[in-house]
Structure formats: structure tokens, C-alpha cells
Design a protein around this ligand. Sequence first.
Ligand SMILES: Nc1ncnc2c1ncn2[C@@H]1O[C@H](COP(=O)(O)OP(=O)(O)OP(=O)(O)O)[C@@H](O)[C@H]1O
Length: 368
Amino acid sequence: MKFFPPCMICFSSSQKNDIDNSYDEENNENFRLFTYNELRLATNGFSSSNKIGVGGFGTVYKGRLRDESLVGVKVLSIEIESMRGEREFIAELAALSDIKHDNLVGLRGCCVDGATRYLVYDYMENNNLSHTLLGGEQNRLKFSWETRKHISLGIAQGLSYLHEEPRIVHRDIKASNILLDKNFTPKLGDFGLSKILRENSSHISTRVAGTMGYLAPEYAISGRLTRKSDIYSFGVLLLEIVSGRKVVDFDMEHGEHYLVQKAWEAYKGDELIQLVDSVLETNFPEEEAVRFIKIGLLCVQEHARLRPSMATAIKMLANEIELRDVEISQPGLVSDLMSIKMDHQNLSQSTFSKGSTISFQSPRTSYF
Ligand SMILES: Nc1ncnc2c1ncn2[C@@H]1O[C@H](COP(=O)(O)OP(=O)(O)OP(=O)(O)O)[C@@H](O)[C@H]1O
């Protein structure tokens, strides 16, 4: 079993000096330093036709390296002052690239060119789950039940690995962070990145607000981050995968906006089968689909201690644990949290619309 000591990617300021000199390129097969010219050539001069999309940290381009392999090149848009020093930045990324699993996006290397920094990842042919499964008609693909099962299990395995091996809380599990390779194997992206990029407060607030539907209530309210908050987000994802619906969708008719609420009502009404994506018609195993929804609901329970670990969730998905008589309690409902107003200037506080002020600390802890 490979153990990654926390200092490998979670650096305190007192550790900085040691890490500054810790990266040894010659002895690291996993991680390369690219030159700007290599990346410019690979991406056709960062042309708009190579542009894949824009995320919270920057713009992503498709690239082809000289050895013909495809990569996703992320050009970081964070101001240079908010990043760590060059050597430290490289050493931290190199440590991240050591965290390898079939269900994690592989980080190949990086490039520092003046004030601009680039991250180079394995290329994922089928974009992300939000785009490919939940996107508008144009992008949306019809996923069979088998593909949905493959994706659900893969995400569970990737997350379980992060929780058990390097002992990392991902803290940003959501459909757009699940990339899909050419075989629709899911790969978790962006793990550990927000620790490396010192985010300014407006950047965090945009990201947190955009992710609201996936946030465990205890995390959204107090900023207290544990594995169980990732497990809540996983439960939401599972409900999205089975239903083909987004966690929050104001395009749906009134009363249908919030998926978790909808699933809870279906559970109480003993009609979980109604939640399964209608594009599947009758081409899915009913018992298994209902089991997956139940596991989703177990993971989003309001009380974090009642949520299963990822290792247990995997056993449940694989039907190694019987769920027939399991009690599921009330979920943490996103509709209650949507009324939290983020203070974009000062993340130390947020306010409920009812007027009571609650404490909100910007997410910090990634280890436990
Ligand atoms: N390695 C990759 N291969 C293929 N596409 C990628 C790769 N990395 C990112 N993308 C795509 O590029 C777009 C932007 O991704 P990025 O990770 O920057 O942002 P995001 O996950 O959408 O948002 P956020 O940064 O707020 O979490 C997305 O459509 C994503 O699917």
C-alpha cells in the first residue's frame, strides 16, 4: 500500500523552504517540465479551434505532443501574486502527479513561462459528465445503463482511493469535474489543485456558489470539511447519473427544481423507479437502478455520521451489502441551502435569508 505523507501536497509555510528544493526532474518519470514552445506547437498556438473550455482556474486547450499523444493544457488565469513561487509550484505539482489511479486524471507536467503557468494533463476524449450526460440536447449522449454503472463505480473507486491512500478530501466533486476518456471511464479532475493555487476570495466564492447543489450542509454552513462532505457530493452525482437530471434545474417545472428533494419524495412514496432517466425506457435492471438511487440517498443524509464510507458505498453498488431493509433518513436539502447568500468580499460570513447570520470559513482542510 502506497502512503503519501500529508506534507507531499499539503504544505504549511514552515515547510516551504524544504519543498522549494525537493523536485528532482531527472528522477521523476511521472512528471515533466514542458517548454512554452512545445505547448505552443502542440496547441496550434493556443488557437481557438483547440480551445476545449474555460473553468474556474483557466482555459483548457487540446494539444498533440511530438510523440503524437494527446493532452489537455490548462492555462492558469490566476494572478501571479496569488500563486506560490516557481520552484515550490513545480515541486507541489510533481508530488500531485505521483497520485495515480485509473479513475484520476493523470497530470503529466507543467510549464512556467514568465508570469503564465500551464498544467498538462492526459487528454479526455469525452469531455465531462456535466457536458456529456447532463448537457443540453446538442451535447447530450444517450448513456446506456451499463455505461452509467461503469461511471458510477469508477467515480466511487477513484474517490475511495483518494480517501484511503493519499488521504485527501477532494472537496469539489461535481459532474463537471468528472472527465470521461474514450471508453467513458470516469476520471476525477482538479484534486489538490485549489491547495496549490492560492485562490483570492472572489474566485473561491464563484466556485463555491457554482457548486452549491453538491455541498454537504455541514460544509456549506460551517466550512467543516471531511470525507463525509465528499460522500454527500458523490450521492448527488449518483442521483444525477441514474436520473439524467441536474442537481438543481430551474428549467424544470415548479416543485421539480431540486433533485435530492425529488428523490426523497419518491423514496417516501415508494416510487423510486420513477426517478430513472426516461431515455432508458425499459432497458435497465429495475432492482439495480433502485438500489443505486437508495445508495445516493444514503450518501446525502443530513447527518454526516449516517453516510456510508466510500469503501462501503462500493460494496453496496456491487450488491455485496443487502439494502432491502436499510433505513434512510432525511437528506440535507439543497433548497434549504440555496438561501445562503455568499459575501463575495469577505468569506468569513454568510447569511441566511431568514436573517440569522452563520459562520462560513473558506474551505481549507483537505486532510484528516
Ligand atoms: N484533460 C482534459 N481533457 C479534455 N478536456 C478537459 C481536460 N481538462 C479539462 N477539460 C475540459 O475543459 C473544460 C474546462 O475544464 P476545467 O477543469 O478548467 O473547469 P471546470 O471543471 O468546468 O470548472 P471548475 O474549474 O470551476 O471546476 C471542461 O469542459 C472540461 O471538461
